[in-house]
Design a protein around this ligand. Structure first.
Ligand SMILES: Cc1cc2nc3c(=O)[nH]c(=O)nc-3n(C[C@H](O)[C@H](O)[C@H](O)COP(=O)(O)OP(=O)(O)OC[C@H]3O[C@@H](n4cnc5c(N)ncnc54)[C@H](O)[C@@H]3O)c2cc1C
Length: 394
């Protein structure tokens, strides 16, 4: 089958007429800034007041973007994806207060996620955020120390040791169970500490195959040079380099902090620069496929097509395990389902957690799909095309 992201029939084949109409109505509400900006806050308040709105959220926003409130509840969505040739990446989306108790709970939950991936074909990959298991301030201090090339002894830092123990626990568990483990990227002022430890465990556990993946945000300046350096190190030291490639999710926050603190903005000067570096990163990884594996986490059609074409015109299979595409559940199904139907490796982040705890995640998805952030219409027009193709009234 020829790959086309315009094929809404393939993209929405898994959705009944009723579900498609429901999705249309939901994406339409994202065009109302008041609802997007205040909806999740009001929902939180209503839940605190024990107003009976849980069912409404669960049936609408939550159903569109999340798998369930628990791993077991998410399995239905994972199975539906699997039936369409798409993997699910269980994404524990609870954003805790950052207490030691939260870290212990998250660590236990993430171990469960890796076990699920080890035992069920529906979950080819696992993922986590370091801030779910580590103190933000500690990561910030470590990043400052790394940048200042200070001779700090991390081993004297109790919080760092706890983080290291959990990090090692997760990477080792993934290694023993042959599960790909993605480490999400976060704010630049904590990222060096995340990079440092992730590359350390990559050297340890990626000896034969890619297990631990570090995330590269191509909206940052200078990432290509950094990747080149990392690839060379891996080649010299004899392990596999594995990257998740994303553009980056904290652009406004990054620019604001740089302005407030008076340092150079780490973000590229334009969207075009980000796009150029993203596509250059794909090419760099493809050219170094003797040692590099990637997961291309993007909703960008052009970048997805670039990787798809490289694979199609190469000497390796389209579904070579070194190359994966990934999108978020409830978004860009036209990319995921069409790639899968054409025989590529595709997985979707499947967020889960108790409704109240995933509200911040849902709020970000609503923002992203709203006119406020200029993304409005992308999903909506695809759903509209499919409704038209099915000759359905809205
Ligand atoms: C599976 C998956 C995993 C992800 N994991 C992470 C992660 O670990 N860490 C993380 O930070 N994000 C992550 N993201 C989010 C990602 O970084 C993007 O925010 C999001 O996917 C939108 O980018 P895009 O590639 O889909 O395409 P597009 O919609 O084409 O690009 C939008 C992105 O371009 C960049 N951009 C926009 N305007 C400008 C500008 N003026 N100058 C410079 N750059 C600009 C921003 O990064 C913006 O998010 C993930 C996304 C997916 C799909």
């Amino acid at each position: 089958m020829n790959l086309s992201f315009d094929n809404t029939e393939v993209a929405f084949a898994h959705k009944s007429n009723r579900d498609l109409k429901k999705a249309y109505r939901l994406f339409q509400t994202f065009n109302y800034p008041f609802l997007v900006n205040n909806g999740p806050k009001l929902a939180n308040l209503a839940l605190s007041l024990r107003l009976p709105i849980k069912g409404i959220i669960k049936n609408t926003l939550f159903a569109q973007f999340c798998g369930g409130e628990s791993i077991s509840e998410s399995y239905i969505s994972a199975r539906q994806l699997h039936e369409n040739g798409i993997g699910a990446i269980l994404d524990y989306s609870v954003e805790g207060e950052g207490t030691e108790e939260d870290f212990i709970l998250s660590y236990a939950e993430l171990q469960k996620v890796i076990h699920e991936a080890a035992n069920k074909p529906e979950y080819p990959i696992a993922v986590f955020k370091c801030t779910a298991i580590a103190n933000f301030k500690m990561l910030e201090e470590c990043t400052e120390a790394i940048r200042a090339s200070k001779e700090v002894s991390f081993s004297e830092n109790i919080k760092y040791n706890e983080f290291n123990t959990r990090m090692k626990g997760l990477c080792q568990l993934a290694y023993k169970n042959n599960v790909k483990l993605l480490v999400d990227a976060e704010e630049t002022w904590i990222q060096d500490a995340i990079d440092e430890i992730t590359y350390e465990y990559m050297a340890l556990y990626n000896k034969d195959t890619a297990v631990v993946y570090n995330t590269i945000q191509l909206y940052r300046k200078g990432r290509i040079a950094d990747m080149q350096k990392r690839i060379e190190t891996a080649r010299q030291r004899g392990y596999k380099m594995a990257f998740k490639l994303v553009r980056g999710a904290y652009m406004e926050k990054e620019s604001e902090r740089a302005r407030d603190w008076g340092y150079d903005n780490p973000i590229q000067d334009s969207k075009q620069d980000t796009d150029d570096d993203y596509d250059a990163a794909i090419k760099l990884c493809f050219d170094n496929r003797d040692v590099v594996s990637i997961c291309a986490g993007t909703h960008n059609e052009k970048s997805s097509l670039i990787l798809a074409k490289l694979l199609k015109n190469s000497d390796i299979e389209k579904n070579d395990d070194r190359f994966w595409f990934a999108q978020l559940y409830g978004m860009s199904d036209h990319i995921s389902y069409n790639l899968a139907a054409s025989g590529y490796n595709v997985a979707k982040y499947l967020p889960y957690g108790p409704i109240r705890e995933v509200l911040p995640y849902l709020s970000r998805r609503a923002q992203e799909n709203s006119s406020v952030k200029g993304q409005a219409g992308r999903e909506l027009s695809l759903i509209q095309s499919e409704l038209k193709r099915r000759k359905l009234d809205i």
